[in-house]
Design a protein around this ligand. Structure first.
Ligand code: HOZ
Length: 427
């Protein structure tokens, strides 16, 4: 049933570390081999063995309209006819910046980059340059890409691998990253007291979606805003996952808290490699060539990527029903799954908001990294593999999100819940 994938994985491991170009794609935490995908359409992935999967990874976020949306495909093909990369200024970059600034009120200026990692790395540098301070506060289990100073107590693949700190990060660099448990303002206060005048920024995912999905408790985001104002530090929201997803204006609009800087990622590129960071004009003007914080990139604002992203963001702006549709799917999943867990006495929690969800296999409520880590990852692996064998592809880790898209239907969510019921009834 997956012989071709298995053979490709065997070959891949000879020439690619772990056989994958990003650790989250490996099946190390769930057993078995990754499926090698040949194509994707709407809500489905198709693998090299001819299997079809109902996909809830959505390329880790950008596929809010589903895979291979015809308008985005046309925009990419049209842009490609004019050339793939110029390394010079283009009109599309201006239109993209204007569009983002018009959608996200906290963003007065924005710089395009090529990934969420780059966006965060650059935003942190801007915050340091603006404040003249070195230390950053981040939260355990939040993942902000793989730049050195963010690989401290990190979520996503590091949490899945059980090693939250990466080798190869200089101790001096890690020492400037202070960590607190998510949702814990008292721990933040202790860090601020211990490091007076030294904190450049507090960075977080306003909805943590790389340790499973953990919501901010009431007052947490506003409390961080208030503390940043008190100490003259910047508040950075990493909206790589929530941006343009939790609503057009992202988590900052949803929760009504305005950061100084925001990082965005792949959703802007609709599947092309894109990231961006933006925020208050006076902060962004520290960036070269205006200011002395250097940040650059040949492929930044790439014309094909801009065409894809402009098409997706404009479509989202013109079709607010995408948000009501995907939130309704998320609600149906969360409610239906919650009822099943209750009916079958499964010690698990369903979390999430809007088009993001997670089933944590733990009896504990999950409000931070420590809570997420109480999950029974073997139970998750059994659930994951059962669903995969029945044509539903979730992310291969307890500590990732379920992504819903405009291409999913209520009937498909119903089918997922039927399968989940079969699984829970059999165990
Ligand atoms: N934030 C994504 C997963 N949690 C990143 C995907 C990747 O690392 O490949």
């Amino acid at each position: 049933m997956h012989a071709v994938s298995d053979e490709l994985f065997r070959e891949a491991k000879e020439v690619i570390p772990g056989g994958v170009n990003s650790p989250v794609r490996a099946f190390a935490a769930v057993g078995g081999n990754p499926r090698f995908i040949r194509s994707a359409q709407g809500p489905y992935l198709y693998d090299v063995d001819g299997n079809q999967y109902l996909d809830f990874i959505g390329s880790w976020g950008p596929m809010l309209l589903g895979h291979n949306h015809p308008l985005i495909r046309q925009a990419v093909l049209k842009a490609a006819e004019s050339g793939l990369s110029f390394g010079t200024a283009t009109q599309a970059e201006v239109e993209m910046a204007q569009l983002i600034c018009s959608i996200v009120p906290s963003v007065e200026m924005v710089r395009m980059v090529n990934s969420g990692t780059e966006a965060v790395m650059s935003a942190v540098r801007a915050a340091r340059g603006f404040t003249g301070r070195d230390k950053i506060v981040k939260f355990e289990g939040c993942y902000h890409g793989h730049s050195d100073c963010m690989l401290v107590r990190a979520g996503s693949g590091l949490m899945t691998g059980g090693v939250p700190d990466s080798a190869g990060v200089p101790a001096g660099c890690a020492a400037d990253t202070l960590t607190a448990p998510y949702n814990d303002l008292e721990a933040v206060d202790r860090l601020l007291e211990e490091n007076p005048g030294q904190i450049a920024a507090i960075i977080l995912e306003p909805v943590a979606a790389n340790m499973g999905v953990v919501l901010p408790e009431p007052g947490f985001l506003a409390g961080l805003r208030q503390r940043c104002d008190q100490i003259g530090a910047l508040l950075i929201f990493d909206e790589v996952i929530t941006g343009f997803r939790l609503g057009l204006g992202g988590a900052q609009e949803y929760y009504g808290v305005r950061p100084d800087l925001t990082t965005f990622g792949k959703i802007i590129g609709a599947g092309m490699p894109v990231g961006a960071y933006g925020g208050r004009r006076e902060v962004m003007e520290v960036i070269a060539p205006v200011g002395r914080v250097y940040q650059a990139g040949t492929l930044s604002g790439n014309p094909v990527a801009m065409a894809a992203g402009l098409c997706q963001l404009r479509y989202l702006k013109e079709h607010p029903e995408i948000y009501t549709h995907t939130a309704a799917l998320g609600d149906a999943f969360r409610q239906g799954m919650g009822e099943l867990l209750c009916r079958y006495g499964v010690p698990a929690q369903v979390t999430g908001v809007g088009s993001l969800a997670c089933v944590f296999f733990t009896g504990e409520p999950v409000k931070n990294y420590a809570g997420a880590k109480t999950s029974d990852t073997e139970a998750f692996a059994r659930y994951f593999n059962y669903m995969l064998e029945h044509g539903v592809h979730f992310a291969p880790s307890q500590f990732e999100a379920v992504f819903f898209s405009g291409a999913h239907t209520p009937e498909q969510i119903g089918r997922v819940l039927e399968l989940a019921e079969d699984f829970f009834a059999e165990r």
